[in-house]
Ligand binder design. Sequence first.
Ligand code: GRF
Length: 208
Amino acid sequence: MKTIVILISGRGSNMEAIVRTCAAERWKARIAAVVSNRPDAAGLVFAQAHGIATAVVDHKAFAERDEFDAALADVVAGYAPDVVVLAGFMRILSPAFVKRFEGRLVNIHPSLLPAFTGLHTHQRAIAAGCKLTGATVHFVTTELDHGPIIAQAVEPVLPGDTEATLSARLLAREHVLYPLAVRWIVEDSLRVNDGIVTHLSGEPQLIL
Ligand code: GRF
């Protein structure tokens, strides 16, 4: 039985998708905790309603980023996670945090990395005239929004798309992509060689 800890900052819809899929597909895993840096994160309510332990490490209570990261890392480590899932977690984590969980720390980013690292990805894809965008699940390294790519989902950019319309369609793809990628980790189906992630049974790592 693998142990998963999910970090959120807000809505938590990706966390919800992972919780629901873990139960529906009977993964050999349990969501040990949902941890937020914001006490008012809406996702905490869903987690509590589903009997999942929650914790808040409020970044505003710490003067220094490193102190916050160390406190957060201790809370996360307390659950002895096999997988640490960043699901809309909006704080940049220090190298010390990343190193502590490297290899079992994953993130979802709403672009086809390495394009559009950082924020406002949908607006930037629309402004650049992209005809296609997507989402990426990747192992987290010390470089922001980089790290070995586990899986990607693509979504066309349609004429007249706004940030709201595009992000809503892409979010629905994220809710399929992220649980799939986390399941592969739980099943120990992935290998990383020279920064390239392959699925041992050749499962498609691209959702069209
Ligand atoms: C998602 O678009 C995700 O790709 C990005 O932040 C958003 C989080 O949404 N990292 P939610 O909190 O999972 O609903």
